[in-house]
Design a protein around this ligand. Structure first.
Ligand SMILES: [Cu+2]
Length: 106
């Protein structure tokens, strides 16, 4: 039993290290975009909005806030763009509007 746990731990540690190395290669290109999301009322809505960009290739991170009515999406501009992400979010039926990038938001 101990041996199984130990080998599982090794596999897990290995995949974490691999994930980190892969991230480093892409980080410089990753862009962030923000959207205002109106009409979300519960965690189910959040989950719905959050899962909608899954069909878009190149999304690296998604954060949807119910309290703020916002969605923040990180993406690889080589694979997708804001229009595509916006369209995916809009497919949920909630009112989506793009938040213009502030000058200090790099
Ligand atoms: Cu809901």
């Amino acid at each position: 039993m101990k041996r199984i746990l130990f080998s599982m731990f090794i596999i897990l540690a290995f995949s974490i290290v691999r994930g980190q190395t892969q991230d480093k290669g892409n980080n410089s290109k990753i862009k962030t975009t923000g959207f205002k999301v109106e009409g979300m009322t519960c965690r189910g809505c959040v989950a719905h909005v959050e899962s909608s960009p899954d069909k878009v290739d190149g999304i690296t991170e998604k954060q949807v806030s119910l309290k703020e009515g916002k969605a923040e999406i990180k993406y690889d501009p080589a694979k997708t763009d804001e229009q595509e992400i916006e369209a995916a979010l809009k497919s949920t039926g909630y009112k989506i509007s793009r938040i213009e990038n502030k000058p200090n938001n790099k």
